[in-house]
Design a binder for this molecule. Structure first.
Ligand code: OGA
Ligand code: MN
Length: 278
């Protein structure tokens, strides 16, 4: 099997085609896919037509799928969630609900956040609905040496709903009370590549452990402003049949709800288990 690989920007993201994940990739191809992901942080596999079980099985070659009961699940496979333009804010005013519309990494409020997220573009809009990414290795490496030395050993408390944001929680008060919180390093070492990355999640970071609140807020604000600069970004324009796999350990991402009203966007989603950040 020949994998054709194309860089999607100068500093991150690559696309491969010439592969049909309905048939399990042979071990060599599978390790090439994983290497392409590790080298490029975001891996797009083009041209797939996968039923939910086949999608889950293909993604299970990258890690152990984790079930998310908070999101809608496909009837065929409970490990596959549905992200849809039909999602509506049922607790609020019934407006279109957009998951992840601001910069984030998935599930940092958990002790062991998922390592990878996979989105499969089943139906994509004719325009808009891109997903944006940030290279958090590059953001870390571009910091002045003094800043890197200052922050290297800092720890951050992450909460499902941090007091730093006025974002409304989609969970009920009861669900909120049961949500875990976690303390993670501000700079994490990727367990596979050994590289250091800034580990930020603007809506979930509560405070830097041991700093006065004002100083913590200021440093978080500065680091976020630094990381989201255009030179660290890649913007993915979806084609139907794309599977986009991103590595939450070294990227942030955000959704865009700018596609025309009345157009559909349907994604199937799988996440795989990660380990405790260090
Ligand atoms: C997610 C997410 C972005 C998008 O599924 O975790 O943030 O563009 N999705 O749908
Ligand atoms: Mn997300």
């Amino acid at each position: 099997m020949t994998l054709h690989c194309e860089k999607l920007s100068s500093h991150m993201a690559a696309a491969v085609d010439g592969i049909d994940l309905n048939r399990p990739a042979d071990p060599e191809t599978q390790s090439e896919l994983l290497k392409t992901l590790h080298d490029n942080l975001v891996l797009c596999i083009r041209g797939q037509t996968l039923a939910p079980v086949a999608f889950r099985d293909a993604m299970a070659r990258f890690g152990t799928p984790m079930r998310r009961v908070q999101l809608a699940q496909t009837p065929e496979c409970a490990d596959v969630n549905i992200i849809s333009s039909e999602d509506r804010d049922v607790q609020g005013d019934g407006k279109r609900l957009v998951n992840g519309a601001s910069w984030h990494t998935d599930d940092s409020f958990m002790r062991e956040p998922c390592s990878l997220t996979m989105l499969y573009g089943v139906v994509v809009p004719s325009t808009g609905g891109d997903t944006q990414f940030i290279n958090m290795y590059a953001a870390y490496e571009a910091l002045p040496a003094e800043t890197r030395a200052r922050i290297d050993d800092m720890k951050v408390l992450h909460k499902y709903k941090s007091s730093r944001t006025n974002r409304v929680a989609v969970l009920s008060p009861e669900e909120m009370a049961n949500m875990p919180a976690a303390t993670h390093p501000l700079v994490r070492t990727h367990p596979e590549t050994g590289r250091k990355a800034l580990y930020l999640n603007p809506n979930r970071m509560e405070e830097i452990v041991g700093l006065p609140r004002a100083e913590s807020d200021q440093l978080i604000d500065e680091l976020v402003a630094h990381a989201i600069q255009p030179q660290f970004q890649y913007r993915h324009t979806w084609r139907q049949g794309d599977i986009v796999i991103w590595d939450n350990r070294c990227t942030m991402h955000k959704a865009n709800a700018d596609y025309p009203d009345g157009e559909r966007r349907l994604m199937h989603r799988v996440i795989v288990a990660g380990t405790k950040p260090f």
